[in-house]
Design a protein around this ligand. Structure first.
Ligand code: S3P
Length: 434
């Protein structure tokens, strides 16, 4: 089925089986960075297999952190403590905005200058959201009008009180990491509550921070000079990768899927509420907590799909899952409306344009808006030749839509799925019945 960078997806009759997911991408990035600046070794099990998280590990190695993959599937990282060593060449962040933004916070506190660059997609993404506050903390950062490549000259940072204008967990983590290097207490206020893996991971590595809900948002404080200690941890399965299988199951009333060891962090699990609201039946068992992250096993059964509106805080909470929710929206009774999601335009691709184009190519009606889209329900899709726009989540979302289309769908640029989930197409094939 895989023909170079092009994948052909045939319609399916049902989805059934069990899916084990690679480790969560957000947590893997943070664990790799914090393990590198911790004291002593860390052992990370089920680290994300995606190319993005490999970019983070590659950058850490260039900064003097040694690590290796053991034959039993662990990543063993030898922490260097807070002081890293200057890289011999510019740091390659690949396609990974998370790597560039979060690592900026650590590099801002080093006693050397670093350069970071990325691929064509990353070179278009906004970085002023980290440049502005890190500059206020004392770092010198040069960029191409707010975009990569970045040149960061680190220094002894000063703590700041900062109200983030954009709700972004990457920015929040970047500033909390920088806060470790600052002379006092850094206080970050986010306008909406975003995923809290940075806070949870910092605590797992032994840092103390204070958190307080403020209005709809959230305030986090961290004192500088704290030392981290290495951990042994298993990364829970990636909930944003699970979204593709959950939505595939949602397309078939007779579907049955089991997903063990899945991340259930409440700041990510809004997806499950929305899918249940739309009509998927989900039960969770074996809830557990590992290093502050909630993990559970999911049993899923398809049903009738009704409708959903995603707006306000939900748009931030579901930002990575909106493409696949949009891809199944034509098969709901009354459709999907997405508002307040203009951040989608500055992800790995302009995801609003990408979703609208591909849905239209499959014969659907879509209303595209500046900050979202409306997709009427009760529509059918036909197989078509689609583009991934070089965006992993677009490639995977439309492979899911293709399962209920009439005729075959070709996805060009399908190799981009490897950014977060190299085995995606094979795993999807394993759970589809034809
Ligand atoms: C992420 C946060 C989100 C998300 C990205 C991963 C994280 O980005 O889209 O895939 O790990 O913090 P923003 O922080 O830019 O919203």
């Amino acid at each position: 089925m895989n023909n170079g960078s092009q994948v052909i997806v045939r319609p399916a009759r049902n989805v059934r089986g069990s899916v084990r997911l690679p480790g969560d991408k957000s947590i893997s990035h943070r664990y790799a960075m914090l393990a590198g600046i911790a004291e002593g070794p860390s052992r990370l099990e089920n680290y994300s297999t995606g190319a993005d998280c490999a970019s983070t590990l590659g950058c850490m190695r260039s900064l003097g952190v040694s690590w290796e993959c053991t034959c039993d599937g662990f990543i063993e990282v030898q922490g260097r403590g807070l002081a890293l060593t200057a890289a011999a060449t510019a740091l390659d962040c690949g396609n990974s905005g998370s790597t560039m933004r979060m690592l900026s916070g650590i590099l801002a506190g080093q006693k050397f200058t670093s350069e970071m660059f990325g691929d064509e997609s990353l070179s278009r993404r906004p970085m002023e959201r980290v440049i502005t506050p890190l500059t206020a903390m004392g770092a010198q950062i040069a960029s191409q009008q707010g975009k990569p490549p970045l040149r960061i000259t680190g220094t002894a940072l000063k703590a700041i009180d900062y109200a983030m204008p954009v709700a972004s967990a990457q920015v929040k983590s970047s500033l909390l990491f920088a806060g470790l290097f600052a002379d006092g207490e850094t206080c970050i206020v986010e306008p909406l509550r975003t995923r809290d893996h940075g806070e949870v991971a910092l605590r797992a590595f032994g840092a103390k921070l204070d958190r307080k809900a403020s209005g709809q948002g959230n305030e986090v404080r961290i004192r500088g000079g704290q030392r981290l200690r290495g951990i042994e941890a298993r990364v829970p399965g990636d909930l944003s990768s699970a979204a593709f299988f959950l939505c595939a199951a949602a397309l078939f009333p007779g579907s049955q899927l089991a997903i063990p060891n899945l991340l259930m962090n409440p700041t990510r699990a809004r997806l499950l509420d929305i899918l249940m609201q739309i009509g998927l039946r989900i039960s969770v068992t074996q809830l557990d907590e590992i290093h502050g992250e909630l993990v559970g096993s999911l049993q899923v059964e398809g049903g009738r799909l009704t409708q959903a509106t995603i707006a306000g805080a939900d748009s931030a909470a579901l930002i990575d899952e909106i493409p696949v929710l949009a891809a199944i929206a034509p098969f709901t009774e009354k459709g999907l409306e997405v508002k307040d999601a203009k951040e989608l335009r500055v992800k790995e691709s302009d995801r609003i344009t990408a979703m609208a184009r591909n849905l239209r190519l499959m014969g659907a009606q879509v209303e595209e808006r500046e900050d979202g889209l409306r997709i009427p329900g009760g529509q059918s899709l036909r197989g078509a030749e689609l583009d991934s726009f070089g965006d992993h989540r677009i490639a995977m979302a439309f492979a899911v839509a293709a399962l209920r289309a009439e005729g075959e769908t070709v996805i060009r640029g399908a190799e981009s799925a490897a950014i977060s989930y190299p085995d995606f197409f094979q795993t999807l094939e394993e759970v589809t019945e034809r």
